[in-house]
Design a binder for this molecule. Structure first.
Ligand code: MUC
Ligand code: MG
Length: 367
């Protein structure tokens, strides 16, 4: 079970429907496939979705740090030495997406070596999660039509609506149109990606008080320290910290200072090893968790559901697992299928999914 090689392969797959939100937009999934090889011929896989507008990482940067720093540090270690692997990755500052993909590929390789599912190794609470779909910026009628399509085709009844950095009347009109068109049976919450100020957020939340929102996420920047505490103290629904809590220390700081009352876990930025720490911390602090989406492809979405299904706390709320549906294609041999509003773990070892070599050859950018 010794690591012999770590590969970082850039690939690009266009979106059929680009996702737009307050902090950026994504037209093409320019991700990195990480493969961890062992001396037994096992190959673990994971994908890194760089988000320069959130964490500063780029596709080129992910490849450089994996090839030049992480690979030489990990070769020769056993897959069972996950804490040693974590300690070596942690010597490098930042680079959360690159570290996470390496970490998750190690877990996938371990599962394949032991013939066990990753979700079983992590916790094995259940084999599925309810799905929440993230709706990017558009006109109200188009966002309602998208939500209805997701409900009718996939049974999805939880929606996260992107708000912020465009006219607040438009954001409120979208949330209102969704509630009116889809009724009280859907769950609805909003994510501002830091696009409003604290006072704009407070006014908008008052105007949406009758919409029965489930959560409000990252409406204003955590760096507006007192403004954010002031906002969170007056809300009567949980305020989710997402990009402001990329590490367990950030969770502790933001929650204990009153800047957040719930958190998003994204395996794309905390892998499995650090996501476990964040989960256990949140449980100890009594926080709700939503499994978030870093605009992941199918492999990344499988990583999210493998983690989310492993614990009661993460499986309780719908996870954001469906934005791969907006991509024109993907790399897996068997596409993921969301049915009855749920995404289920695959029965195979590790993450239970495999890369289609023809698709990888078509979309890889390094030849
Ligand atoms: C989200 O929840 O914020 C947007 C940027 C990113 O990194 O993740 C998405 C979704
Ligand atoms: Mg968010």
């Amino acid at each position: 079970m010794k690591i012999t090689r770590v590969e970082a392969i850039p690939f690009a797959i266009p979106y059929r429907k680009p996702l737009k939100f307050a902090s950026g937009e994504v037209h093409t999934a320019e991700h990195v496939l990480v493969r961890v090889h062992t001396d037994d011929g096992i190959v673990g896989i994971a994908e890194a979705p760089p988000r320069p507008f959130t964490y500063g990482e780029t596709q080129d940067g992910v490849i450089a740090v994996v090839r030049k720093i992480f690979a030489p540090q990990l070769i020769g270690l056993s897959l069972l030495q996950r804490e040693a692997i974590h300690a070596r990755l942690s010597r490098t500052v930042g680079n959360p997406v690159a570290k996470s993909a390496v970490d998750m590929a190690v877990w996938d390789a371990l599962g394949r070596s032991l013939n066990l599912q990753v979700t079983e190794l992590l916790g094995g609470f259940t084999d599925r999660m309810r799905v929440s779909h993230m709706l990017g910026f558009d006109e109200p009628a188009a966002m309602v039509a998208e939500a209805e399509k997701m409900r009718d085709r996939h049974g999805i009844t939880t929606f996260k609506v992107k708000v912020g950095r465009r006219p607040v009347d438009l954001d409120i009109a979208v949330a209102r149109a969704l509630r009116e068109a889809l009724g009280d049976t859907i769950e609805l919450y909003i994510d501002g990606n830091r696009g409003w100020t604290a006072s704009e957020s407070a006014v908008a939340m008052k105007r949406m008080a009758d919409l029965n929102l489930l959560f409000a996420e990252e409406l204003c920047p955590a760096d507006d320290v007192l403004g954010r505490r002031w906002l969170v103290s007056q809300l009567d629904i949980p305020f989710i910290a997402d990009e402001s809590v990329p590490t367990p220390a950030d969770v502790t700081r933001e929650v204990l200072s009153g800047s957040a009352t719930a958190i998003s876990i994204k395996t794309a930025r905390t892998g499995f090893t650090v996501s476990q720490r964040v989960h256990h911390l949140a449980e100890g602090l009594g926080l709700e968790i939503v499994m978030g989406n870093q605009i992941d492809g199918q492999l990344g979405s499988m990583c999210s559901v493998a983690f989310g299904a492993a614990y009661q706390l993460t499986a309780r709320r719908a996870g954001e697992l469906s934005n791969f549906l907006d991509m024109s294609d993907d790399l897996l041999t068997e596409p993921l299928d969301i049915r009855g509003g749920e995404l289920t773990i695959r029965p195979g070892a590790g993450l239970g999914v495999d890369i289609d070599p023809d698709k990888l050859a078509r979309y890889r950018q390094d030849h």
